[in-house]
Structures are given as structure tokens and as C-alpha cells.
Design a protein around this ligand. Structure first.
Ligand code: PLP
Length: 409
């Protein structure tokens, strides 16, 4: 008799995006002439740049020729790409060995899978609100109790509240926690942790022999050079942190699929030998993963080339101009707006004491603009609302104008 993994039954219904879709459809049926503006998506919209397209095309060409064809590659990723990544970090003063990089098909799979090298009885802490895969993967692995619908959280997890009082960057927990997930620049709040704030987490983790899982998927959106783009810019982080990153948002690879995890050799936890966590992740990847697409990896090399980096910088500044347009446009209406300066997300306070979903309906019905209710990212997201800077300029401008002209505040 086969039995299911009953931890899946604990997952709170992933109804956020289906519910958004349902409400938009209902609105459009009632208002067939209305044009709906979407500022809700966490997906890239602008095409791949020239150098990167050439890199991808070159890789396809190689596969078409018996002389240059390649099949399975190194499970850890092409050596050239890992070397290029090591150089990329080196330019920021972060010295890592090419063998500390693990190329993957994206940051989300890594963020979900990384917990598998840790014991089930680890106590886990999350920023609240957060990107949902951190919590869900730990529920599925059996580290939580049940979901409490009143509180909107799982028993057995530690939630590190992010709100306007702490600038959406929490303090390390008071109690002893073993695994801590951090994301900076943050999705959904757009908040970016400073060196000092991250140093507190690194000090905490080293003191408690805990491990930080640091999601840096939006690092390239940081324009302020005083802010850290990698956890390893913080002293002592190699002993206690895993970094996860991706080409998805910075190079438009959301559909191409390419990311990386850094598991330093010096990383240790309570009961590990030196280098053991690094070896466990290699073992995990060589067992379950057969490597990222060789086409995508050639694309990744093109991203890291000098020309690729210049092109990606202008792609990012395009999105960050969108962020500035939304931010300035909404501040003029009197709305309270956070984020959108070193991150492609803006985090609004729902006005008039509205809940996240009430504001969703108001924004849709009055201004025909769609965003994402903050409560979908965790209980502390209630009363907040996420807008995204990913979109075509004209659509962003129209959406902002529509909010300015029509939203009743
Ligand atoms: C978009 C996003 C990612 C990227 O995931 P990929 O699987 O690389 O596309 C990772 N983390 C966060 C917080 C994100 O928003």
C-alpha cells in the first residue's frame, strides 16, 4: 500500500495567484471595455540582449555539429562558467573558489532543495513576509506543525517580522534557531539589508552554529555601492552562509533557466566536519540533478562577459526607471511607499486601514490596476501591497497615471 507524504496536506492553499486571476476575470466580465494594467507580476518582460542572444545561438550551433556536440556536462556546472562567476565575485572583493559554485536551473529549485542536506529536526526561521518556497519546502520536509489559519502561519516555525518599524529588516531571533532564510534585496518588500544588519545575522549564526540561506536573486538591482550584494561581503559569512542566486531577474533568464548556489568549503554547522556540507550538496546534486542546460550555460557565460554585463546593466536600469516612475508617481498621491530604490519591488501601505485584499479590489475597480496582496507572502504582509517594476514602460506609465487620476484617497 503506497502512502502519500502527508506533509503536503499541511500546505496552506496556494491560492494567491489563482485568486488574483479569478478577481480580474470577474471584473472584466462586468466591465468588458475596461483596460486592466498589471503591476503585479514578478516576471521579466524585456527581451534578451544582443550579446546574450549570440551566446545562446552559438551554443545551439555547437550542438548541431558533430565536431563540437556535447552531451551531459559536469553536474556542478561548466568549469568556464564557474570560473567566470568566481571572477565576477572577485571584482567585488569576494574570493571564492570555482569549486564552491554549483550551477543549477535556477534559484527557486535551489532554495527549495537546499534544506535536504539538513536534519528534519532543525528549527527554521523565515523573514515574514517572504518568497513562499522557503516556508513551503520546509513544510514538505516535515519541519513544521500544522497551518494555523487564524494566525496565517505554521506552528513550529519562527517568523521574523518585517514591518515599517524595523525598516522591513528583522533582528536575529532571540531563541536558538538552526536554519535562517534571508532575502536581500527582498521580494516582496524591496528592502535591502546593510552590512551592519547582515553582520548581526552572521555573528548570530556563528555563535549558534546555525546556517544562513541567503537569496541574492536581486543583488544586481542594488545601485547604492555601500550596500552588500553578496552575504560573503560580510566578515565570517563563509563559515555560516549558503548563497543562492540566478540570472533570471538580472539577465532576463526567467524562461531560459540558470542559477547558482555557493556552498563554501568552510561552511560548518553543529555536527558537521570541515567541508562536509559542501560535499553533501555535491552528493545531492550528482544524485538528483544532471546539470543545467549547456545552451543556458553558454548564455550565462555571455551574461558575464564585458559586453553582456554592460547590456544587463541597461536592462536593469530600464526596470529601475520603471520603479522610480511608480515610486514618485504614487508618493505624489499621498500613498506610503517603501522599496523600489535598490530593488524592483515597491511595497505600499494599504491606505485607510484596508486589508491587502480590500485594497486589491479598490485598486482594480477604481484604477484598473492589478498588484499583489501582501498577505499572500505571510501574515506580516497583511495591510501591505506589492507592485512590481517588471513591465513595458508605456504600461507602467499608464498604470501610474490611472492611479493618480482615478484612485480615491
Ligand atoms: C524570482 C526569484 C528567484 C529566481 O528564481 P529562478 O528559479 O532563478 O527563476 C529567486 N528568489 C526570489 C526571491 C525571487 O523573487
Amino acid at each position: 500500500m503506497a502512502k502519500i507524504n502527508t506533509h503536503y496536506r499541511k500546505l496552506s492553499a496556494g491560492y494567491l495567484f489563482p485568486e488574483i486571476g479569478r478577481r480580474i476575470k470577474e471584473f472584466q466580465q462586468e466591465n468588458p471595455q475596461a483596460r486592466v494594467h498589471r503591476l503585479g507580476i514578478g516576471n521579466t518582460t524585456e527581451p534578451l540582449t544582443r550579446t546574450i542572444v549570440a551566446g545562446l545561438q552559438d551554443a545551439v550551433g555547437r550542438l548541431a555539429d558533430a565536431e563540437t556536440y556535447t552531451g551531459y556536462g559536469d553536474e556542478q556546472g561548466e568549469e568556464k562558467l564557474r570560473e567566470a562567476l568566481a571572477r565576477f565575485y572577485g571584482k567585488r572583493g569576494v574570493i571564492l573558489d570555482k569549486d564552491e559554485f554549483f550551477i543549477s536551473d535556477g534559484a527557486k529549485p535551489d532554495a527549495g532543495n537546499i534544506q535536504s542536506i539538513f536534519n528534519t529536526d532543525n528549527q527554521v526561521a523565515f523573514q515574514d513576509p517572504a518568497y513562499p518556497v522557503y516556508v513551503d519546502s520546509n513544510v514538505i520536509a516535515g519541519r513544521s506543525g500544522s497551518f494555523k489559519s487564524g494566525a496565517g502561519n505554521y506552528s513550529g516555525f519562527i517568523y521574523m517580522v518585517c514591518n515599517s518599524e524595523n525598516g522591513f529588516i528583522p533582528e536575529p531571533p532571540k531563541q536558538k534557531v538552526d536554519l535562517l532564510y534571508l532575502c536581500s534585496p527582498n521580494n516582496p518588500t524591496g528592502a535591502v539589508a546593510t552590512h551592519k544588519e547582515l553582520q548581526k545575522f552572521v555573528d548570530y549564526a556563528r555563535d549558534k552554529k546555525a546556517v544562513l540561506i541567503f537569496d541574492a536573486a536581486y543583488a544586481e538591482f542594488i545601485g547604492d555601492s555601500s550596500l552588500p550584494r553578496s552575504i560573503y561581503e560580510v566578515d565570517g559569512a563563509k563559515e555560516c552562509a549558503i548563497e543562492i542566486n540566478s540570472f533570471s531577474k538580472s539577465a532576463g533568464f526567467t524562461g531560459v533557466r540558470l542559477g547558482w548556489a555557493i556552498v563554501p568549503r568552510d561552511l560548518v554547522c553543529e555536527d558537521s566536519e570541515h567541508g562536509e556540507l559542501h560535499r553533501l550538496w555535491l552528493r545531492r546534486q550528482t544524485t538528483f540533478f544532471n546539470g543545467a542546460s549547456n545552451i543556458a550555460q553558454r548564455g550565462g557565460l555571455a551574461v558575464l562577459s564585458e559586453a553582456g554585463q554592460k547590456e544587463c546593466a541597461s536592462l536593469i536600469s530600464y526596470y529601475m526607471k520603471n520603479a522610480a516612475i511608480i515610486r514618485e508617481g504614487l508618493l505624489k498621491t499621498g500613498l506610503t511607499v517603501y522599496g523600489g530604490v535598490n530593488a524592483p519591488y515597491l511595497w505600499l501601505e494599504a491606505p485607510q486601514g484596508l486589508s491587502s485584499w480590500e485594497f486589491f479590489d479598490k485598486l482594480l475597480h477604481e484604477a484598473q490596476v492589478v498588484g499583489t496582496p501582501g498577505s499572500g507572502f505571510g501574515p506580516s504582509g497583511e495591510g501591505y501591497f506589492r507592485l512590481s517594476a517588471f513591465g513595458h514602460r508605456e504600461d507602467v506609465e499608464e498604470a501610474v497615471k490611472s492611479i493618480q487620476d482615478k484612485l480615491k484617497l
